[in-house]
Design a protein around this ligand. Structure first.
Ligand code: ADP
Length: 194
């Protein structure tokens, strides 16, 4: 298996690059944000619960998110591997993921971070907000809160994976294809090792 955490702040380009990576490497894309949004659309209990947190740009509680992630992984028993996008976002989530994958005789092989300066993130998200129906992309205060939450709760996961020698960061500014090539280079060198 090949399990990658695609990491970086809101607006870093994780969704865009994930879509290209799963096609090239035949992995399953697992975005907790996408699953929450699908639940909001479907008006499920989970969607109702997640919505209030998401609209404010805060994190959905760990317990709920971890359970959701685990059930999504288990829906794909034949997967060659996963790209985790937007998960883990807290230390508790990272620890839960390690335990869960170990129970399935696998692990995270690499965290790849997309490095993008904050002002570029805000610009990209406001741009996306004009075309999408994501309420969290329409208001600069909410966008800035998401980046703040990222800096306070999520950024530390770079150290978590670094201490397991599983962290690498790539430049997330430039042409989509150029960034994709940087990510592919990292994944190809992982494949060469295994
Ligand atoms: P972005 O990275 O652009 O903020 P996401 O789609 O990844 O977009 O996440 C949108 C929102 O969904 C987050 O602000 C948060 O409220 C919720 N969410 C997504 N993933 C998680 C997670 N792993 N833990 C807690 N909340 C999450």
């Amino acid at each position: 298996m090949l399990n990658i955490v695609l990491f970086g702040p809101p607006g870093a380009g994780k969704g865009t690059q994930s879509a290209k990576l799963i096609e090239k490497y035949k992995l399953v894309h697992l975005s907790t944000g996408d699953v929450f949004r699908a639940n909001i659309k479907g008006n499920t209990e989970l969607g109702k619960l997640a919505k209030s947190y998401m609209d404010a740009g805060n994190l959905v509680p760990d317990e709920v998110t971890i359970r959701l992630l685990e059930s999504e992984v288990d829906k794909n028993p034949d997967a060659k591997g996963f790209i985790f996008d937007g998960f883990p976002r807290t230390r508790a989530q990272a620890e839960a993921l390690d335990t869960f994958l170990a129970g399935r005789d696998t692990t995270i092989h690499q965290m790849i971070a997309l490095n993008v300066p904050e002002e570029e993130l805000v610009k990209r998200l406001l741009e996306r907000g004009k075309e999408s129906d994501r309420p969290d992309d329409k208001d600069e205060n909410i966008i800035r809160n998401r980046i703040k939450v990222y800096n306070e709760q999520t950024a530390i996961l770079a150290d978590y994976y670094s201490s397991q020698n599983k962290y690498v960061s790539v430049e997330g500014v430039g042409k989509v294809k150029a960034i994709f090539d940087r990510l592919s280079y990292v994944i190809d060198s992982l494949n060469a090792k295994s």
